[in-house]
Design a protein around this ligand. Structure first.
Ligand code: ADP
Ligand code: ZN
Length: 742
């Protein structure tokens, strides 16, 4: 061999931090480039990996050969490869797990690296025209059946699926072959897209209002490198601005990504995007089959589709020449992934935009405090849409103090004030629609013995079991454990058991009894477990076949139903006292977003927020629909002399879990001790048991790491990756920028 030997550094989708090296056989040298998939031997197996670098010269010693390189073109562009490397470094994730998040699952099967075959259809197309009768008679003198076939296809527009010809029109395959042999026609394989959203579209969008036009122009005039925040009140028409920005992009030959918190909950947004871009859009839904997913991925990669809409993983859509990423409802916690790589799609979007030279646009009525903080430092440019479309007023928000407000006695344990009761009744009499939020699914929160006070907990997780009515059982919301509802106390034997706390099932029962003529729909995790269940429910609401829609936080997002005049937040306090520094922010966001569903039509609307904490700043700020007011009260609580929290500090959380409590505690103790030795610019809290101390039989302890020094957390994460502690018997994960501390 001449010259230095080149080896390939290959990253495998395994939880290891170092890459592997392989020899490149001569025959594969053209295909083995960074970003390309390769099939390599690992022990006795064949595994799909991605080439991350070419090493010249390769390391000494014997290397195994790469077995195959299945891609004609690398699956990952240099930009996406860099993004994966950033994710691995920033979040302390093994690079292979970061890469795995970037590519559809079907591309990781070594046995069938090409993924499911594209569903191609054979289509017969006429290629030679025979305008005159004479020509026809000459051409088909001895083949009258070919002439019939030719003229049939001609009458059907010159191009017909072969299957249709053979099955419906009973033309024999031999006749079709004959036409092709005579060069009158040709058969093409046309790839079909499997897209369940294909039917969804709305009419073309309306013209921009003056406000929308002003924001659009200002964003386009602003430098692309500075992320833009569209801070627009609910109903201000942010979506139309996104659409225009996206269209501008596509017209210039670029592509765009629109991220939405949860696609099943945003069919209206998907429909609007479809209305503008039609077949240019790939909708990336978590309910897609592997085949559908890979079809969408291919269509984007090839440029056949240039717009991607989807939840957080759509931030990795393989769009060449990416010009724009929009993150709608940027404050939503669903943008954070709960398992490795524990990335936040908004933050990944920022880095991807940087790497690709694309514009980043964030949108929200209630931006996160992180984004507001960046805006205050000038690192994000804010563009406001201060008013609703058509100058509809924002609905007035009335706070109902549950400690004093007169209640409806029949409601028993359900917090149901006379005020809310009257408002709902009035709306129904007028033929208007009502939305009721109760962010707690199930029937009751727990069962408790009235005598000894014993509360039934999950045997595997340290949380109370929730009472479910349909089907009747106690169920754990963490691990799914199920057991019958007890009729007597396990501890003291007392025969009656009391249900405490109200869930959506109980609210549904009560509302249905109280307003027997109303058509009630419930939307929570239990009613939406089947594919398209969200659609069916939301569709019925849109068609006004539902009078009262009630549910958990699912009903708070993006919905735009002009018939809704009353929104009731049945219990605003459900999440207010969780031991998590974002409890107030979540509560404010949830209540404010839910309130935004009211009064979008000509009949206006009102919002009733029931609470036992009417003076809490998170509740008060919803009354003004003002995130500024909320932030002004909340930010000082996260700054000295109070314990410092984001956005004023970087945060990482280490969670140790083990089958035995003291094993987890010891591991967390070791982590804390290690962290404390790393430097004076770090604050280490803990170890402490997690607020949810056990999940699925695993005891959990955590350690929080804070630092106001910009690079300190990153330094620790990289040290952590290099020097894994011997935490025997316990598993330790690191979560950078955690969004929940439970
Ligand atoms: P947001 O996302 O800011 O809450 P939407 O984008 O859902 O608001 O818009 C609210 C409503 O206003 C929608 O029904 C939308 O169709 C309508 N709308 C938006 N822009 C316009 C416009 N320029 N002219 C008329 N109606 C509009
Ligand atoms: Zn459990």
């Amino acid at each position: 061999m001449n010259g230095p030997r080149i080896a390939a550094e290959v990253t495998l989708p395994l939880p290891v931090h170092r890459p592997y090296c392989y020899n490149i056989p001569e025959a594969l040298s053209a295909a083995v480039v960074p970003g390309a998939r390769v099939i390599v031997p690992v022990r006795q197996r064949r595994v799909v990996g991605v080439v991350t670098e070419l090493l010249t010269p390769g390391p000494d010693g014997d290397l195994k050969d790469i077995i195959a390189a299945p891609d004609a073109q690398p699956v990952l562009s240099p930009a996406l490869l860099r993004l994966a490397q950033w994710m691995a470094r920033y979040y302390g994730t093994p690079p292979g797990l970061a890469l795995r998040a970037l590519l559809p699952g079907a591309l990781w099967h070594a046995a069938r690296p090409a993924g499911p075959t594209e569903r191609a259809e054979r289509v017969l197309t006429l290629v030679r025209r025979l305008p005159s009768l004479v020509e026809r008679e000459q051409a088909f003198r001895r083949a009258p059946k070919r002439r019939i076939a030719y003229e049939t296809v001609e009458s059907l527009g010159g191009s017909v699926p072969v299957r249709h010809l053979t099955e419906q029109l009973k033309i024999s395959p031999a006749v079709i072959d004959g036409l092709v042999e005579q060069s009158f026609a040709r058969v093409d394989r046309i790839v079909q897209q499997r897209d369940p959203f294909a039917e969804l579209a709305t009419p073309p969008p309306p013209d921009l209002t003056e406000d929308q036009q002003r924001v659009l122009d200002a964003i386009l005039a602003a430098p692309c490198a500075v992320p833009a925040l569209i801070h627009g009140v609910t109903g201000s028409g942010k979506t139309l601005v996104y659409l225009h920005l996206m269209r501008r992009c596509v017209e210039q030959g670029q592509g765009a990504i629109l991220l939405v918190p949860e696609i099943a909950l945003t069919p209206q947004t998907v429909a609007r995007v479809r209305g503008v871009f039609g077949d240019q859009v790939a909708v990336l839904h978590s309910g897609l089959s592997e085949g559908e997913r890979i079809d969408a991925w291919r269509a984007l990669r090839s440029g056949a589709r240039r717009v991607a809409v989807g939840p957080r993983s759509a931030v990795f859509a393989p769009i060449p020449r990416l010009g724009l990423i929009v993150v709608d409802e940027e404050h939503e916690p669903t943008y954070k992934q709960g398992s490795a790589p524990r990335y936040h799609a908004r933050d990944v979007a920022r880095v991807r935009a940087q790497v690709e030279g694309a514009r980043l646009v964030l949108g929200s009525a209630t931006p996160s405090l992180e984004t507001l903080h960046l805006a205050s430092k000038g690192e994000v440019a804010t563009f406001s849409l201060p008013a609703r479309i058509g100058l509809q007023p924002l609905p007035p928000v009335e706070i109902v103090d549950l400690r004093r407000a007169p209640r409806i006695p029949e409601a028993r344990g359900i917090p149901w004030s006379e005020t809310l009761d009257e408002a709902v009744r009035d709306a129904l009499v007028q033929g208007d629609q009502v939305i009721l939020l109760l962010n707690r699914r199930g029937f009751a929160t727990f069962v408790q013995c009235p005598d000894c006070g014993d509360v039934r907990e999950c045997p595997h997780c340290a949380i109370t079991l929730t009472v479910h009515d349909t089907p009747r059982a106690l169920r754990c919301h963490y691990c799914g454990h199920e057991e019958p509802i007890p009729t007597s106390c396990r501890r003291c034997g007392k025969e009656t058991q009391r249900m405490r706390g109200v869930g959506t099932q109980q609210l549904e029962q009560f509302v249905a009894n109280r307003f027997p003529k109303a058509r009630v729909a419930r939307m929570d995790l239990d009613t939406t477990s089947t594919k398209w269940a969200h659609h069916r429910i939301l569709d019925r609401v849109a068609r006004r076949e539902v009078d009262i829609l009630l549910g958990t936080q699912m009903i708070a997002k993006g919905l735009d139903f002009p018939g809704v005049t009353v929104v009731g937040v049945v219990d605003a306090d459900t999440g207010l006292h969780l031991p998590d520094f974002r409890a107030s922010e979540r509560t404010f966001g949830l209540v404010a977003q839910t309130a935004g569903r009211a009064g979008r039509g000509p009949r206006g609307g009102r919002v009733l927020v029931q609470t036992r904490n009417p003076d809490h700043h998170a509740i008060r700020a919803t009354q003004e629909h003002s995130v500024e007011q909320f932030a002004a009260a909340e930010l000082p609580l996260r700054a000295p002399p109070n314990p410092v929290y984001p956005p004023y500090t970087g945060l990482a959380r280490f969670v140790a879990s083990a089958a035995k409590d003291d094993t987890a505690a010891r591991a967390a103790g070791d982590v804390a001790a290690w962290l404390r030795g790393l430097g004076p610019d770090l604050t280490v809290l803990g170890p402490a048991p997690c607020p949810v101390a056990r999940i699925q039989g695993q005891w959990r302890w955590h350690v929080l790491l804070k630092s106001t020094a910009p690079r300190a957390i990153g330094r620790v994460i990289r040290a952590w990756v290099r020097t894994p502690l011997a935490t025997s018997g316990a598993k330790v994960i690191v979560d950078r920028d955690p969004i929940a501390l439970l």
